[in-house]
Ligand binder design. Structure first.
Ligand SMILES: [Zn+2]
Ligand SMILES: [Zn+2]
Length: 738
């Protein structure tokens, strides 16, 4: 890493700044590294920042402020700084905002815990009597270049703190204060050869994949792999073997998982495999723990970190492998502040540390599928279930031919199959991706649909709590059966099904069945979800009614029927990825069925209720024909010049002042650039025009693939002064079009 020799340094501070500021270092004789974290005065405040280079020498030294503190931490690794620069330029945000994410949790920097470390002072030439106790310490520290923490020495040799202090005073040993990190994983401490376990239990395709990835780890090649396996094909077991190789190389591994899949069940599998727990980074862990993981990432002692999206920002100093599990998940895209996609940025991050990255999925995103097809990514395929189980039998239920009763949602065919499974003491899962009781309430007297006060959305009936809730802004009110518009009482009717309503229907038909509803309303913390998953595994539940929370990651051995209550939801959404996403969710849910059924007669069953049996998505699923469906989707994307063939970006404008927003957005339109290969649509009212009390308009920018869409947008928006009441957000590679 480059040393900054000058007294003047360039410091990037965390916050809304893109350019660094010059400061002076007090200590002339010390060399500071790029990446060193410092505290600097900024106006009347003090801010944490990072030295990113020499000073610019554009301001006389006497006018520069002095760095207040250089934190006694390792500098941020170079790849972290490169990632910061890249994220900022790709997503059109300031570098300081990305730095803020990297430096979170800030407590790790401002108040790390320290411990005393002692090592032998080899330069000591004084003649000092070596007592027995002193000899114990010296023997213990012999050949340890980095020394040992005070507590370890006391524990191992039985000497007191006072003796160590005295020995340091007499210069027999050196005392150093270092920040406390987690203990090294046992893996790092053992000889790697004795840890080398064979992986004969894997099938041929799994072994082939492991060998390919391992080869890249060992040769430090930043290859990108798509690990493409049907549900239950053992993707996790496969990448675990590559994590092992990464550890054997003395390097750190990062596993990114959508938060809802990061359960104790996953952790248990890891623990069973490696005999130590991974460091878990998610929204649920304490500040204290975050601090420790952050510091351990920085000093290299954290072997395996598994985390949600934000774990990508950890300053991992010795990265050897990244795994992005369920890579197609929308959860990797952050939709606020810095709108980045952790999966895409992880690919960049891997190139900076010359380490491979594995994108794992049973239903890859179309972009990833395309890159694998074109040879940009290395396609590794796991076509069989690892348990040797057969794939489930998928049947469509035509709702026009076999309709549910009035006010009901389950076809008699589905009810019949549920009964079969109950009689066989097997489990069933009914999937409906709608929380609450009903997505809409209508007044039968005046036809009014009950809307949110802050948004252009319908309030969702959550009958179990007797409230109406807006799923966009969180607004809620008590349900009263009086129309606020016409004042008529008792005429408000629920429209359409939510999971609670399906629960009600099942209770009526099978009053004795043990039933559980799994949605973010009923499972509002990790513990509850984990407990419920255990209950299902232990056969204490007969029927599960769930939203997409249950769609993935879980392995329920006795689950033999999956019923998809409404497969038509999502097909009419109309955004770019609507059909891709519907396909992914439906295929994942289907994959829950019969994961351990080895015999033909014991095969898992999937029943899909639909009004549109000819729909290409439903058909592709029922025929298990993913690639054909993907190929067709790609053709239509190519025809429309949409990603992955073209590029997309959005500009979202919002304000509390409707008229002024309209005027501003028209002004912006007038300044829009003209390029042959860039098309600008809008300003259109956003699909949810009124959200959280703000009016919203959107521009959609579509370009050829080779266009620097970021430059086009930044040049354009820099031509206008944006008043304070307007918020202008740029969304590159958008996922949400609401
Ligand atoms: Zn009414
Ligand atoms: Zn709302």
């Amino acid at each position: 890493m480059k040393n900054v020799n000058s007294k003047e340094v360039s410091v990037l501070v965390s916050g809304p700044f893109n350019e660094p500021f010059d400061y002076v270092l007090e200590d002339k004789n010390t060399n500071f590294n790029v990446g060193q974290i410092v505290l600097v005065p900024f106006g009347k405040r003090k801010i944490v920042g990072v030295i990113i280079g020499d000073g610019t020498k554009t301001i006389p030294e006497t006018k520069l402020k002095t760095v207040l503190k250089v934190y006694d931490l390792d500098p941020l690794p170079k790849p972290s700084i490169e990632l910061m620069n890249f994220v900022a330029s790709w997503y059109c945000v300031t570098r300081g905002l990305v730095l803020k994410m990297i430096l979170s949790p800030i407590e790790a920097i401002t108040s790390p815990d320290f411990e005393k470390v002692y090592k032998i002072n080899i330069h000591n030439e004084n003649e000092i009597k070596i007592t027995n106790k002193r000899k114990l310490v010296l023997d213990f520290l012999l050949n340890l270049d980095i020394g040992k923490p005070q507590n370890d020495i006391i524990e191992q040799t039985g000497v007191s703190k006072a003796i160590l202090r005295d020995m340091a005073k007499k210069k027999l040993i050196q005392e150093k204060k270092v920040y406390k990190t987690l203990k090294l994983n046992p893996y790092f401490l053992k000889n790697s050869k004795e840890n080398k376990k064979n992986y004969d239990f894997l099938n041929l395709e799994q072994k082939f994949s492991v060998d390919k990835i391992n080869d890249s780890i060992i040769k430090t090649k930043s290859d990108c792999f798509l690990l493409d396996g049907v549900p239950g094909s053992g993707k996790t077991e496969t990448y675990f073997e590559t994590v092992r190789t990464c550890l054997d190389q003395g390097k750190q591994a990062l596993i990114l998982l959508p938060e809802i899949i990061l359960t104790t069940d996953w952790e248990k599998r890891f623990l069973k495999k490696f005999s130590f727990a991974p460091l878990v980074w998610n929204s649920g862990i304490t500040k204290k723990k975050k601090k420790k993981i952050w510091l351990s990432a920085l000093n290299g002692s954290a072997g395996v970190i598994v985390g949600a999206r934000s774990a990508l920002m950890l300053p991992i100093s010795n990265l050897g492998l990244i795994v992005v599990d369920e890579e197609h998940e929308q959860a990797f895209k952050q939709e606020e502040n810095v709108r980045y996609n952790a999966r895409d940025m992880a690919i960049y991050r891997s190139t900076r540390s010359s380490s491979p990255i594995v994108l794992a999925s049973a239903t890859p995103s179309l972009e990833t599928f395309y890159n694998a097809k074109n040879g940009k990514y290395i396609h590794l395929s796991l076509p069989k279930r690892a348990t040797g189980a057969t794939l489930p039998h998928i049947k469509l239920i035509d709702l026009t031919a076999h309709p549910p009763g009035t006010g009901k949602w389950l076809s008699p065919l589905l009810v019949g199959e549920l009964e079969n499974k109950l009689n066989n003491k097997e489990q069933s899962l009914l999937f409906l991706n709608r929380r609450g009781y009903a997505p809409l309430s209508i007044c039968n007297s005046c036809g009014d649909k009950i809307k949110c006060v802050n948004c252009d959305t319908w309030l969702v009936d959550h009958r179990s709590k007797n409230i109406l809730v807006c799923h966009h802004c969180g607004y809620s009110r008590i349900f009263e059966n009086i129309c606020k518009k016409c004042g008529v009482e008792g005429q408000i009717k629920a429209c359409g099904p939510g999971v609670e309503r399906i629960e009600e229907e099942i209770k009526e038909i099978f009053p004795k069945a043990r039933l559980i509803v799994l949605s973010s309303d009923t499972m509002n913390n990790h513990k509850m979800l984990n407990d419920t998953v255990e209950k299902i595994k232990n056969n204490k539940v007969d029927i599960i009614v769930g939203t997409q929370m249950i769609a993935k990651g879980h392995d329920f051995p006795n689950l033999k029927l999956v019923g998809i209550v409404d497969s038509d939801i999502g097909l009419s959404g109309g955004d770019l990825r609507a059909s891709e996403r519907t396909f992914q969710v439906l295929q994942q849910v289907s994959g829950r069925s019969g994961r351990h059924s080895k015999k033909e007669e014991d095969k898992g069953v999937v029943l899909i209720q639909t009004f549109d049996t000819q729909n290409p998505i439903i058909n592709a699923i029922s025929k298990n024909n993913r690639n054909e469906f993907f190929d067709k989707e790609l053709v239509s994307r190519q025809y429309a010049n949409m990603p992955p063939y073209g590029r997309l970006a959005s500009i979202i404008l919002s304000s509390r002042l409707e008229r002024k927003l309209e005027i501003y957005s028209l002004k912006l339109l007038k300044l829009a650039p003209f390029f042959k290969n860039v098309k600008i649509f809008g300003p259109a009212p956003a699909p949810i025009y009124f959200l959280r009390g703000r009016f919203r308009r959107r521009f959609l920018i579509k370009s050829d693939k080779n266009v620097n869409i970021q430059d086009v947008i930044l040049n354009w928006t820099s031509k206008i002064n944006t008043p304070n009441h307007i918020k202008l957000t740029i969304d590159i590679d958008p996922f949400s079009f609401m």
